[in-house]
Design a protein around this ligand. Structure first.
Ligand code: AMP
Length: 493
């Protein structure tokens, strides 16, 4: 299928061709006709699928009738409002809007917090049809009466689940109350918890459900690998992995907290690896600079928190490293969505300590994939990593891994000292690295088959299978013995 079959006007088709797109992505094929027909949309979508063009192209198409080359601000009221949870995502969406609207006399701008309001006020005064905004700053403008929303015809709420995580839902409700009731609204979210469904009820009229990308499906072009490692050795292991990657390869590293983010970037820098951190406490200017430096290749490793990295569109990223596994399994899917895009191969590496095993189990359950585990020699996990539960200890490592078994048996205190050792050992090629002697079983205790592909359920809500509204049998923490995932049960101890 080509873009021209979707009913888009020539000005937009030209911009799409100039962007280098030859055919629409699945989300675009689904969303564009529905939005063009004027329906409200509730879309299950994540970044990396082409969802921005999926909603922006038909939006521009519908706005084109208002396009005016008049200089009068009155001819350019705000007609479309696109809300995004982070400044970075707002900027990215704005860049897309600019690119796709370049052959139309439609004006757009991006307003977000953390910067001076005055230039935004000047811009809004000129008259702007499309405003991409973060909720807080938009409300600042509303309060100062520097924006009028009385003529908004289109509302797009991007990454609604992240809005919820970031506490923006009350702001969104306030914004909804300011908009004309007669409008077309689209809501995109990667997950559909009860709160999101409630918001959708309030915001959308007879929405068409579009599952633009199965939320818990990960690209088949991504290779997943888990390195069991004790938490004290993680930093050194990270440096080791980065050093042994191809020098040209950039790496995005995820951590849980802002504090850990900066510390880890400093650690890498001290070890001769160019790195920077991106997190919410940095000024907008610093965040933009960091991102630019990473995109241009000046910085090799970008250490990020989930919130800061959300929606970052970084092309051709060969690998993503989870320094810590995310607390929610869905975030694993978001994180690794930065690699293996558009059919390219990618690598998702996770450094997993003993206390994160339940997160690993949740992730494997969600993505329905049993991730291969490989201990990097010299960087062993805590001795209890392979424990099925408190009483059951997995047999020490196979004979092919003498280092591992010795380390696994070492007391925690001794092993902690390893973290202080200089980063010396050479990492063997993957093919030479010791592998687990036995392939793990694909069928878990409850009959769950990890080898089966994801199967979509009847509707988008059930497909989400998580959150307070989900009904999928996600096990309680620790419910599934880790040894099962490793093929360890049934062995004698
Ligand atoms: P998004 O999911 O909107 O963040 O888009 C991810 C990336 O895909 C962006 O870099 C877009 O420029 C790119 N993209 C969007 N649509 C297409 C398409 N039809 N063909 C190729 N690339 C696309």
């Amino acid at each position: 299928m080509s873009f021209s079959e979707l009913g888009l006007i020539p000005e937009i088709l030209r911009a799409v061709t100039e962007a280098g797109y030859t055919e629409p992505t699945p989300i675009q094929r689904q969303a564009i006709p529905v939005v063009l027909a004027g329906h409200d949309v509730m879309g299950g979508a994540q970044t990396g699928t082409g969802k921005t063009a999926g909603f922006t192209l038909p939006l521009l198409n519908r706005l084109a009738r208002h396009a005016s080359s008049s200089t009068s601000p009155a001819r350019h009221p705000v007609r479309a409002l696109i809300l995004a949870p982070t400044r970075e995502l707002a900027m990215q969406v704005y860049e897309s809007v600019k690119m796709y609207s370049k052959h139309l006399p439609l004006r757009s701008t991006c307003i977000y917090g953390g910067v001076d309001m005055n230039p935004q006020i000047q811009e809004l005064r000129r008259g702007i049809e499309i405003v991409v905004a973060t909720p807080g700053r938009l409300l600042d403008h509303v309060q100062q009466k520097t924006i009028a929303l009385g003529q908004v015809e289109f509302l797009i709420l991007d990454e609604a689940d992240r809005m919820l995580d970031m506490g923006f839902i009350p702001d969104i409700r306030r914004i909804l109350a300011l908009l004309p009731a007669n409008r077309q609204s689209l809501l995109f979210s990667a997950t559909f918890s009860d709160e999101i469904k409630k918001l959708a009820d309030q915001m959308l009229k007879n929405p068409q459900l579009i599952e633009v990308a199965r939320r818990n499906m990960v690209s088949e072009t991504i290779t997943h690998i888990v390195h069991p490692v004790s938490s004290g050795l993680k930093r050194n292991l990270l440096a080791h992995i980065v050093r042994h990657e191809d020098e040209a390869n950039q790496v995005l590293v995820f951590v849980d907290t802002k504090f850990a983010c900066s510390r880890l970037a400093h650690f890498l820098e001290r070890h001769g690896i160019s790195a920077d951190a991106i997190h919410g406490d940095k000024t907008q200017q610093a965040r933009t600079e960091t991102l630019e430096n990473f995109k241009s290749g000046k910085v090799r490793v970008l250490v990020a928190t989930d919130v800061a990295a959300r929606g970052l569109d970084i092309e051709d990223l060969p690998s993503v490293i989870n320094f810590e596994l995310p607390h929610t399994a869905e975030d694993y899917v978001h994180r690794i969505g930065r690699t293996g895009r558009a059919g390219k191969s990618g690598k998702a590496v996770s450094l997993v300590s003993s206390e994160e095993r339940h997160r690993l189990a949740d992730i494997q359950k969600l993505i329905k994939l049993e991730i291969k585990q490989e201990i990097v020699p010299g960087y062993d996990p805590e001795p209890d990593f392979f424990d099925a539960d408190g009483s059951r200890r997995r047999r020490s490592a196979p004979a092919s891994r003498p280092t591992d078994s010795a380390a696994a048996a070492a007391p925690a205190g001794e092993r902690r000292k390893r973290s202080e050792r200089p980063e010396r050992s050479e990492r063997p090629e993957r093919s030479e690295r010791p592998q687990r002697s036995r392939q793990p079983a694909h069928i878990a205790a409850d009959g769950f088959d990890f080898s089966k592909p994801y199967e979509q359920k009847g509707d988008i809500t059930s497909a989400s299978g998580e959150g307070s509204g989900g009904d999928s049998p996600v096990p309680e923490k620790g419910q599934r013995p880790i040894a099962f995932l490793l093929g360890g049960l049934g062995r004698k101890h």
